[in-house]
Write a protein that binds this ligand. Structure first.
Ligand code: ADE
Length: 225
């Protein structure tokens, strides 16, 4: 999979993409992530990417020209499955959407900023708008990092079998069961006996029951779905 991210703050991605699973996936050649500085696609000497809204009102608006340039350049090089814009009013991101997007070859993610982007960008270039939750971030970069991370861990070969993404919370509309490690007893707080029993069938049954109970208690909406 290839992901092209268009942003005015490429540095924000250094942390999330240069550690742990996303880093290893890139090193193994399972995903290629390219960051494009939007300011490199401006025509004026100040590298201006925003301007006042025609309607007036507070806040600057991301201009169409640099966005058009970078997207058209990328599209001339390969076909893209989706051109995503991160925005608080987009479709809510969830595991089924992550699963779906992870099957694609090439994605562009445009990170929103300022008060919004010129509506013509959305009309003419964007094929999908995604929100990562009902709250407003100061920019789309963190949303793009979240989306990318959740896609990368789903790619074949990224996680070992023993930690397959299929056992993640939400994959079967259930949250994960509790897990424990050593010591067996910490200040009298004990690991459930069943997990030490060695009986695989009973352990699997216990985990499933715990998942269902936790889902009922914490996220009942998932069971209705
Ligand atoms: N940009 C600002 N807030 C956002 C959100 N909640 N999701 C995606 N992009 C955003």
């Amino acid at each position: 999979m290839r992901i092209d991210i268009i942003t005015i703050f490429p540095e924000i991605f250094e942390g999330p993409f240069n550690h742990s699973i996303v880093k290893r996936a890139q090193e193994k050649g399972l995903v290629e992530i390219y960051l494009h500085q939007l300011r490199d696609y401006t025509s004026d000497k100040h590298h201006k990417v925003d301007d006042y809204a025609f309607s007036g009102g507070a806040g600057m608006v991301m201009m169409i020209e640099p966005v058009a340039r970078v997207i058209e350049k990328l599209k001339s090089e390969r076909a893209y499955d989706e051109i995503i814009y991160t925005s608080p009013d987009g479709e809510l991101f969830d595991q089924p959407l992550a699963n779906h997007l992870s099957t694609y070859e090439n994605l562009i993610i445009l990170c929103g900023h300022y008060k919004g982007i010129d509506e013509r960008i959305r009309e003419h270039f964007i094929t999908k708008e995604i929100s990562i939750g009902n709250y407003v971030l100061s920019g789309g970069e963190l949303a793009a990092a979240v989306i990318t991370d959740s896609l990368v861990r789903l790619l074949p070969g990224v996680l070992g079998n023993e930690v397959s993404a299929l056992t993640d919370s939400f994959q079967n509309n259930l949250v994960s069961p509790p897990v424990y490690t050593r010591p067996r007893d910490f200040r009298g707080w004990k690991v459930p006996d069943i997990l030490l029993s060695g009986n695989e069938r009973l352990i699997e049954e216990w985990k499933f029951e715990q998942s269902v109970k936790r889902t009922q208690k914490r996220r009942p909406g998932l069971l209705e779905e």
